[in-house]
Design a binder for this molecule. Structure first.
Ligand SMILES: *Cc1c(COP(=O)(O)O)cnc(C)c1O
Length: 219
């Protein structure tokens, strides 16, 4: 299978309201260009330096999504161009994104990462931490970021019931948070689902899937 074929068959099977992020981390620009030529315009990377290098080399109508864990001291390298940051999980990081967004005269869209997996290694906020972040005065002051949704990763397991339970839990938190009226937090996007579990994620209410290996091959 070619990248073009992989991409086309995945896109053909996705419902219209689902946004596809082509996760291109570790892959060379030539692979990304194949996806670009097949019409893909949203790419996800998990390392800021690698994303910035690819951004420099590739057409400027691409939307770059940062899907990995973000180190505060590297935010400045993506602030001029990043279109959505998925993995935000602290006030400190939001304050830095806000600061760098201001310097670039932008408002940067972010997703808050919510912890839903059973594994201890996964990053993210729990529901109580989310509530306290969103209700804090410090958050209210951040005018150059906008929280446009939530993101989560299920436990890495074959147990479909387990994954479904975790995605459903995230959807419930999403719906509750969406109902709040906060000027810099207006939820539209629920980023959940990867190559192995995106169909299940869509059944559970995902609006954005992050697919890498099913498009570009294994890493
Ligand atoms: C790598 C990665 C993906 C894509 O994973 P695949 O299994 O290759 O589809 C999705 N989301 C995040 C956060 C990732 O780091």
């Amino acid at each position: 299978m070619s990248i073009t074929n992989n991409l086309q068959s995945i896109k053909a099977a996705l419902p219209d309201h689902i946004t596809l992020v082509a996760v291109s981390k570790t892959k060379p620009v030539s692979y990304l260009m194949q996806a670009y030529d097949a019409g893909q315009r949203i790419f996800g990377e998990n390392k800021i330096q690698e994303m910035a290098d690819k951004w420099e080399q590739m057409p400027k109508d691409i939307q770059w999504h940062m899907i990995g864990h973000v180190q505060t001291n590297k935010v400045k390298y993506m602030a001029p161009f990043v279109s959505l940051i998925h993995g935000v999980d602290s006030l400190k990081l939001l304050q830095e994104i806000n600061k760098q967004a201001l310097k670039n005269n932008r408002i940067i869209d972010c997703l808050l990462q919510i912890y839903i997996a059973e594994e201890e290694s996964k990053f993210g906020l729990d529901e109580a931490e989310l509530a306290s972040l969103l209700s804090s005065n410090e958050f209210e002051e951040l005018k150059n970021i906008k929280i446009v949704g939530l993101m989560g990763m299920a436990t890495f397991t074959d147990n479909k019931d387990q994954i479904k339970k975790e995605f459903t839990q995230l959807k419930t938190i999403f719906d509750k948070t969406k109902a709040l009226t906060i000027s810099n937090c207006q939820l539209e996007t629920l980023s959940m689902g990867m190559s192995g579990d995106y169909q299940l994620a869509i059944e559970c209410g995902s609006t954005m899937v992050r697919i890498g290996s099913s498009i570009f091959g294994g890493r």
